[in-house]
Every structure is written in C-alpha cells, then in structure tokens.
Design a protein around this ligand. Structure first.
Ligand code: PLP
Length: 402
C-alpha cells in the first residue's frame, strides 16, 4: 500500500503511507504525542538534521522534533496529494497558517499579488493589513474583471484565487489565472476549500499550489483546525522549511484526526452535495428568497457557467441566498431554525448557517461588501449529511418567521 501509484484516491485514502508492521501491527496509525524523538546515535542525529535542512528539505527525513514533523502528518499529506493530483502535500495548524506560510515563503517586499475578491475575510485582512505593511502590493479583482490589466509584469509574483469564493460562490477561471501568472514568471495559488478535491483539482488546470482550510471538508467533523497545501516537490520543500522555522505545524492529534477524516472524504462530500442540490432547488422557488447561488443552478449564459463546466466536477455543498428584507428579517430566520445551527465554520457533517454581513472579520467597508454581493440579506449555508427532508422542513418553517 506504500505507493499505490495505480490506485484511485478512494483506495489510497485508506492505506497510503502507512505500514502496520512498523507500528506493532496496529491497523490504524497510533497517535505519537511526543515533543521530540530520541536519536539512536550522535551520527544518526547529525544525519537527520542534514536531511531535514538539506537543499530540498527531505520529505522522508528522520523525525527530530514535533514542531518540524511528526509520524502523524505524513500519511495524510501523501493521501491528500493523491487527491489533488500533486507531487506532495503538507499540513499546517490552520488554514490561515497554510496561507501565511505560502505568502511568507514566496513573496518579498516590492512584489505584487493579484487576488480574487471576495475572498475569505481572514485572507483579505492579511492581504490588506500585514502583507501590505510588509511592502507587498496586494490588488483585488472581482469575477467580472480581467486581472491581466492590473499586472505589473516586473513585479507580479503571485496570482491568488479562491474559487468558488467565500461567501458568494463566485467562480474564477483557474486556467486563465495560471496563464496570467506564468506569463510573468509568477505562481498561481488556489484556495480549494469550498469544493474540496472531490469536485475540483486546481493543479490539473494549471495551479502551482492548491491550498485548504482543512478545518472544513477535509476534517469534515468540525472537531479540528488545520490547513493543507499541495503542489510540486520543490515548492513543498520550500514550504516545509518555512513551516520548520515559523512553527505553523499541526499537532500529532490533529494529523491523526485528519488521517481518519480523509478516509470518508468522498462519502461525506457526495452526500452533502446531494442534500445541497435539493435544498438549492427548494430555496430557488421560495417566495421569500430573492436570489440563490449554488453551482447546481448555473445555466448556460450565466456568469461562471462555462468556468464551472471546465474546472469543476460537481457543485459542492455551499449555498448562499438572499432573504427578502433587512438584517432584522434575516435574524428572525436564523434564530427560527433548529436543525441548522448558527455558527461560522463550514464543511462539517452538520448543517450550519451564518450571516456574512455581520459575522466575518470587519475588513471591508459596507459599500465594498455590497459591490461583491455581500448584502444584509445574505445567508451562507453549509449543508451537512442530515436527512434532507428534515433540513428542508427546518428551512421552510424558519422562512415563515420572516
Ligand atoms: C475559503 C477559506 N480559506 C481559508 C480559511 C481559513 O482557514 P482556518 O479557519 O482553518 O484558518 C477559511 C476559513 O473559514 C475559508 O473559508
């Protein structure tokens, strides 16, 4: 099972990178809760350091210290890389840890980044705040803009695209973004959190790095925070070195939880997607709902339809929709639901609703939020694996409260 080169990710997800014989015959990967590892000899200690800090930060280096690496991370990293059709993968302590490590590794003062807008609030805060203060020019572009006109050929170092975008499901063209980046010798980084590799594999469309808040679908049970990046061997080696230095490494227990979760990734995401497609259909016809954005509803001629057909394998389980009314009406609706809970995360087995207008980091002024489709009436729904009739009944009842 070590290589599984000819196997499907559904198969490698339950075995790749783990040999029971190396762990007292334990069928499942044990949790190695230790801060450090004992060297058999001084010579071995020297060799492990040489491997870990060598030119290409060796992915198979011996274990030294849990801030650097742990046996609980590598199986999930290898399995995720297989899903993402990437050479290698690397885990982090949170999605923001993954994003920060990518930005710090590949950007320098004076560089330019073009980033899609909307983008997760934490990412936007980082671009507009710290990264700008460190002298990187960060320029947002929306789904109807052509970013090529914004690029400074000398300074463009990264195109950063979150697609579908949180919270509106706006789609951005991965292939075109890759061509723009590569024309200028820059990297394309794609945040693939919303669809997961079950429905989107950005590297196959020209991305250099595909990253995740693994807190969401990859973890899938709302019981961990983690991040992940997949890409080419050399880029991942550079990220591994930064992770060693800044300590954005997840704990052994987090690696263990993620390894467990990846086994059921497809089962969860397919069920969530089926539920979301039924719910989107229900909401789309409801008189108290003015607009529904779920990728299953895209029709030929709609913005994003062609991109969807080219780069996505399925519509995912994130829905955003507008309720007729203002904040007060939306709050009545949110408070009236009982199966769907009010919380800010997404991608777990349970359905969660949130109100992006008020429940996100306060990075954007009101008029900018409105211009990217984040309105006081907007609700973001992360659909879980519950019985879909129970979910629809809950939504229907809550809509009568508006
Ligand atoms: C699309 C997206 N990217 C990145 C993040 C940040 O991930 P984390 O909360 O795991 O740091 C989030 C969090 O909601 C997200 O939705």
């Amino acid at each position: 099972m070590r290589n599984g080169e000819d196997q499907h990710p559904d198969t490698t997800s339950v075995g790749l990178g783990y040999e029971a014989a190396e762990h007292l015959g334990s069928l499942k990967l044990p949790i190695y809760e230790t801060s450090t590892f004992v060297f058999e000899s001084a010579k071995e200690g020297k060799r492990f350091f040489e491997q870990a800090y060598g030119e290409d930060a060796d992915a198979d280096a011996g274990y030294i210290y849990s801030r650097l690496d742990s046996p609980n991370l590598r199986p999930a990293e290898a399995r995720l890389a297989r899903w993402e059709e990437a050479e290698e993968g690397l885990l982090f302590g949170s999605g923001m840890g993954a994003i920060t490590t990518v930005l710090l590794t590949f950007l320098r003062p004076g560089d330019q980044v073009l980033y899609s807008n909307p983008v997760y609030g934490g990412t936007s805060a980082l671009m507009r705040g710290l990264l700008t203060e460190f002298g990187v020019e960060c320029i947002p572009f929306s789904e109807d803009a052509d970013p090529a006109g914004l690029a400074d050929g000398e300074r463009l170092a990264m195109v950063y695209v979150e697609t579908p975008a949180n919270p509106t499901n706006a789609l951005f063209d991965i292939q075109a973004s890759g061509e723009l980046a590569h024309t200028h010798g820059a990297r394309l980084v794609v945040d693939n959190t919303f669809l997961s590799p079950v429905w989107q594999r950005p590297i196959a469309h020209g991305a250099d790095l595909s990253l995740h808040s693994a807190t969401k679908y990859l973890g899938g049970h709302s019981d961990l925070t983690a991040g992940a990046v997949c890409g080419g061997r050399h880029d991942i080696a550079a990220l591994r070195r930064t992770r060693y230095e800044i300590g954005t490494t997840p704990s052994p227990s987090t690696g263990w939880l993620l390894t467990r979760s990846l086994e059921t990734l497809r089962l969860r995401v397919e069920r969530q997607t089926e539920n979301a497609t039924r719910i989107a259909e229900f909401l789309d016809g409801h008189p108290k709902v003015t607009q529904v954005r779920h990728l299953s509803l895209l029709q030929p001629g709609d913005p994003g339809h062609d991109i969807y057909k080219r780069q996505c394998l399925g519509p995912g389980a994130m829905i955003s929709f507008e309720i007729a009314g203002e904040e007060a009406e939306v709050f009545h609706f949110l408070d009236a639901m009982s199966v769907v809970r009010l919380a800010t995360s997404l991608g777990g087995t349970e359905s969660l609703a949130s109100h992006p207008w008020t429940m996100a980091p306060p990075t954007l002024p009101a008029e900018q939020k409105l211009s990217i489709g984040v309105t006081p009436g907007l609700v973001r729904l992360s659909v879980g694996i519950e019985n879909v009739s129970d979910l629809i009944r809950d939504l229907e009842r809550a809509l009568t409260a508006v």
